[in-house]
Design a protein around this ligand. Structure first.
Ligand SMILES: NC(=O)c1ccc[n+]([C@@H]2O[C@H](COP(=O)([O-])OP(=O)(O)OC[C@H]3O[C@@H](n4cnc5c(N)ncnc54)[C@H](OP(=O)(O)O)[C@@H]3O)[C@@H](O)[C@H]2O)c1
Length: 354
């Protein structure tokens, strides 16, 4: 920031610049003429934050904020004490909320360093995941309300700076779990440079897309490119829209069985037998979804909805056209998107086919 011209910095933390590394950074900065304060302040306390801002009143108006507060208290949820829960959530929820309330509302940027944990969930870190999800929601709601410069950056894991880089156990764990791509400091700084730019044009809605960035998220194509099978959580419906990425690299058996002509032929040959026709349509629908998701047809649950598997309105139109072409059944997009199970939609197709 100072290399980009920042002359005044306030870096509060509960312990202040107490470590040798922190003291070295302070003296480096002061020697370059930067006005720098590193007061002891618990930002999750509105009273402490107000008092600290009051004490810094002689500094120029605050033009931006990067909230990097985090206090980890890991435990499996069943074993987590209330104190563990609140200490971590306060470092995310209360700290972000107080900064939002007490800092000027005409700043150039307000960046919340959040985490992919708020998206994926994280065993042993439900408190942290909840706090990060709050930060994402805060950025979204403030963007919706017309505030400019509000962003939550959902980071994966930072390879060479930050708490994981400083702790060998954390690093081993991250490498073992392999659920996020490591992020380099140069990428992180490039992101900050972009999002702190006062010239950055205001983003339009939808607010979620405009205010939240996922950095280091993995998806099925990431694993396939490494010759590995995707780990189970990326097959969750939440990630279904990513399933199309890199889909051409691997064909499963369901994809090999063509869901178009064969199904149309079998359906016609089944004549008046509704039971056979239902089975053919259900298998074809599951095969079609499996092909789109890059999973086995047997992994598609007949009793879940198409939306559970990420079918959106565009895909629903494609499905409707396919149903009309192959089964001569006119089914409305509404029927596909209305929350009916895959089995019910198949039943409907058979009924409409007459
Ligand atoms: N490192 C990663 O791989 C990674 C991955 C995803 C997201 N992130 C996000 O990036 C940010 C920085 O991470 P990091 O690795 O640099 O973490 P870190 O080294 O633990 O730094 C967190 C800082 O927050 C301060 N802090 C905690 N609670 C506070 C409070 N209530 N009031 C004031 N200061 C408080 C801590 O100082 P005191 O303890 O002295 O208060 C510490 O300086 C966090 O927001 C984190 O969620 C990091």
């Amino acid at each position: 920031m100072t290399r980009r011209g920042a002359k005044n910095l306030i870096i509060p933390s509960r312990s202040g610049a107490s470590t040798q590394a922190a003291k070295d950074v302070v003296s480096d900065l002061v020697s370059t003429g930067v006005r720098f304060v590193a007061p002891k302040c618990d930002v999750s306390s509105a009273t402490e934050l107000s008092a600290m801002l009051e004490a810094c009143a002689s500094m120029p108006p605050i033009k931006g904020c990067i909230n990097a507060t985090m206090a980890l208290q890991d435990a499996i949820f069943d074993n987590m004490t209330h104190a563990q829960w609140t200490q971590t959530t306060r470092s995310k929820v209360h700290a972000s909320w107080n900064l939002h309330n007490l800092l000027p509302h005409d700043m150039d940027f307000f960046i919340l360093l959040s985490s992919l944990s708020g998206i994926y969930g994280s065993v042993g870190q439900s408190n942290y995941a909840a706090g990060c999800a709050f930060q994402d929601a805060l950025a979204r709601s403030r963007t919706d309300a017309g505030f400019r410069g509000y962003f939550s950056l959902d980071l994966g894991w930072m390879r060479n700076i930050g708490v994981i880089a400083e702790n060998a156990d954390f690093q081993r764990h991250r490498q073992h779990v392999a659920d996020m791509q490591p992020i380099e400091d140069s990428d992180f700084l490039a992101l900050l440079e972009h999002y702190c730019d006062p010239e950055l044009p205001p983003r339009k809605s939808p607010a979620a897309a405009a205010s939240q960035l996922l950095v280091g998220a993995v998806h099925p194509a990431y694993f396939r490119a490494r010759g590995e099978n995707p780990i189970s959580f990326v097959d969750r419906p939440l990630f279904a829209t990513f399933a199309f990425a890199g889909n051409g690299t691997k064909k499963n058996s369901a994809a090999a069985a063509d869901d178009g002509e064969d199904a149309a032929f079998l359906f016609a040959r089944a004549g008046g037998s509704s039971k056979s026709r239902r089975a053919i349509v259900l298998a074809a629908l599951k095969a079609k979804l499996a092909r789109a998701l890059g999973v086995q047809a047997s992994d598609v649950d007949s009793y879940r909805t198409l939306m559970d598997y990420g079918v959106d309105s565009l895909m629903a139109i494609e499905l409707r056209n396919w149903i009309r072409r192959d089964f001569h059944a006119v089914v409305a997009v509404f029927d596909i998107m209305s929350g009916n199970s895959i089995a019910t939609v198949s039943e409907l197709i058979v009924q409409k086919a007459g």
